[in-house]
Design a protein around this ligand. Sequence first.
Ligand SMILES: Cc1ncc(COP(=O)(O)O)c(C=O)c1O
Length: 394
Amino acid sequence: MYKESFNQIINRENTNCYKYDWREKIFNKKDVMPMWVADMDFPTPDFILQGIQERMKHPILGYSFYGDSLLESVRNWMLKRHDWEIEKEWIKLTPGVVPAINLAVLTFTQPGDKIIVQPPVYFPFFSAVKDHKRELVENELLLKNGRYVMDFDHLENNIDEKVKMLILCSPHNPTGNVWHKEELEQLVDICVRNNILIFSDEIHSDIIFKGNKHIPTATISDKAADITLTAMAPSKTFNMAGMASSVLIGSDKKRMNQFMREMQKFHIGMGNVLGHAGMEAAYTHGKQWLDEMMEYLHENLDFLKSFIQKNIPLIDVIEPEATYLIWLDCRKLGLEDKPLKDFFVQKAGLGLSDGPLFGKGGSGFQRINIACSKNYLEQALNNLYQALKTDNFI
Ligand SMILES: Cc1ncc(COP(=O)(O)O)c(C=O)c1O
């Protein structure tokens, strides 16, 4: 039903969207194919636009709290999609997941405390620690037989009494990991023993490839639920990041109240009225669209893998278990980071996310966003292939 809409190529220029309208600013080149920032080129689903339009039929968009029906839609989604039974009282709206991470850092840690992140990882995790004068502890992921794993020995060896929080990316951007139950159990065990709060960023948890199952960290055990704050949002799943609407879920009432007090200091606890409408529509009507979108994404992924395997043996695709952001291992091209980035931008005309942005382990990698029409992806890969041929890499 929606496939045709995924095939469409929609002109997004002059809509103030970062992806297209900031090309010159980011890549110094206006005509790159932008496949970097994590939003999709698919239209935001019709039922979400209708939900927003429905709210706009009322002529006043004044200060508004979020109602019971929105919380119920979140609760139902978590239950149906993630087998996670939550209570409505556990849900608080946040104006984006990155703001929620920063607020959690401010609420639950003090300057000088240590916070663990696991690079290569979504880079705002680093600034959420450093900008607030907390100390970054990096537990670099290890690439073993084509799949990234957590380095539990290194983690244990780097914990001391100053470590207060771990920011987990689950599923993991940019490597595409869906963390296995055993991995989460081991991580939770370490955090419980060391009194470390887990901020579990699960923004990509709906975008899961066949054969994998996302497990919310808080569902691992009662103890896991006690020490975990979970961030979720419809923004990545349904291409509505511009609504800046997400949720933080936690069963510890005292902790959630503490978090709310911090939000109230900044007067940002009410969300925004159109974001509420969009989120409720997404979580109420989103199942079919998401299932179809995942099928399309799977086709794009299969196409990317087979194209690269057949034509560009110097690049390895890290098999993603989740997300539409694919981590490309370009180390066999033998280029330093700056020339690698320049090659992609200047020679291939592709604006990807540069590996080193993601911290340790990012050198020699590029991240490509495949949430676009198949034709667009095909053109991008052909451009890459031609550029590599011209420069005698293949
Ligand atoms: C892991 C992760 N967390 C958070 C975000 C952004 O969340 P928000 O726009 O809600 O701040 C992204 C966007 O790419 C992401 O990949």
